[in-house]
Design a binder for this molecule. Structure first.
Ligand code: C5P
Length: 224
């Protein structure tokens, strides 16, 4: 069977990661969370007091940055590791969410992470989600999806996700963070978030999780 690359882009908190994961599982593909890579880079810069605005710090930060995905034997899930340490939970906290879009505007950081993402997707049979996957990382992706949902729906869903992980965050703070990340991600000079003309749009505001996964799997099977 023909293996393809599926690129899923869209706004913050509209369920891209969980959807992409489920699509990959259904098709027997590898799922790659490119946002986790920007989040891990953010944690690395914060932990080492490096400023993304200082080119010397960026160079230093990138030299000592190693991001990988491995199966965690305890959770049996593929999780994010930074320089050999599991950072899966830490990178999802509001501390990182509030900083990540700033880190993601830096051209040198994007260049390095995009190169890693392209290497990870080389063998095809991959579902990758992010902001520039269909435009920059895999401009020739076989299937491009652009996911959207209204801001209030996204904020409520994100609050539930954080609560499940034990972090209680005010709904208004989440709403502000999502809106601000959308603004920065869509207006930055480097690889801004935009819907590609050849992308299929999936609005998840009023459909169930199973429906959104089903739509993408159906579109993929038409090509495979
Ligand atoms: O997908 P997630 O919400 O975890 O991504 C966190 C942030 O990382 C985004 O708000 C964006 O600033 C950045 N990002 C990016 N390009 C990607 C993936 C994520 O700029 N491909």
């Amino acid at each position: 069977m023909n293996k393809i690359v599926i690129a899923i882009d869209g706004y913050s908190g509209c369920g891209k990661s969980s959807t992409a994961k489920a699509v990959a599982k259904d098709l027997g593909y590898t799922y790659i969370d490119s946002g986790a890579m920007y989040r891990a880079a953010t944690l690395h810069f914060l932990n080492n007091f490096l400023s993304p605005a200082n080119p010397h710090d960026v160079e230093k930060g990138l030299k000592s940055l190693e991001i990988s995905f491995h199966l965690n034997p305890d959770t049996l899930k593929q999780e994010t590791y930074l320089n050999g340490l599991n950072v899966e939970n830490e990178i999802r906290t509001m501390r990182i969410s509030n900083k990540v879009s700033e880190i993601a505007t830096i051209a040198g950081i994007r260049k390095e992470l995009v190169a890693q993402q392209q290497r990870l997707g080389k063998k095809k049979g991959v579902v990758m989600d992010g902001r520039d996957i269909g435009s920059v990382v895999f401009p020739n992706a076989d299937l491009k999806v652009f996911m959207t949902a209204d801001l209030d729906t996204r904020a409520v869903r994100r609050q539930e996700e954080l609560l499940e992980k034990g972090e209680l965050v005010d709904l208004e703070d989440i709403r502000t963070n999502l809106a601000e990340r959308d603004r920065v991600d869509s207006s930055r000079a480097e690889s801004p978030l935009k819907k590609m003309p050849d992308a299929v749009e999936v609005d998840t505001s009023n459909i169930t999780f199973a429906e959104q996964v089903g739509k993408i799997v159906h579109a993929a099977r038409q090509i495979i």
